[in-house]
Design a protein around this ligand. Sequence first.
Ligand code: SF4
Ligand code: SF4
Length: 105
Amino acid sequence: MKLKGWKELPIGGVVTEPGNSREVETGTWRIARPIVNPEKCTDCLICWVFCPDDSIPSNGKIRFETELYHCKGCGICAVECPYKAIEMVQEADVILEELKLIDKK
Ligand code: SF4
Ligand code: SF4
């Protein structure tokens, strides 16, 4: 399924029918990215409960990596994590670091 960018959205709304928010790549709106420290994360899944975009996959026991196609970077997960395991990092800084890694290959 091809996800829609914000320029392809209808004026006035994203969710026009039940469940169609999955078709919209809301991750392109993100200016900050949640980075999880695996040493602090206890898989309590509090972040999974609070994420408004259903962007934290889980099997009910383990928190998997954040799903970045839909994570809008709201930071709610970082605020609600009782173990302070999530840090919100500027998206531009993350992308620059990723580009540096690609250059070294
Ligand atoms: S709330 Fe924090 S400790 Fe709990 S699963 Fe999420 S990142 Fe891990
Ligand atoms: S930043 Fe917001 S949208 Fe992204 S995983 Fe955290 S709570 Fe969900």
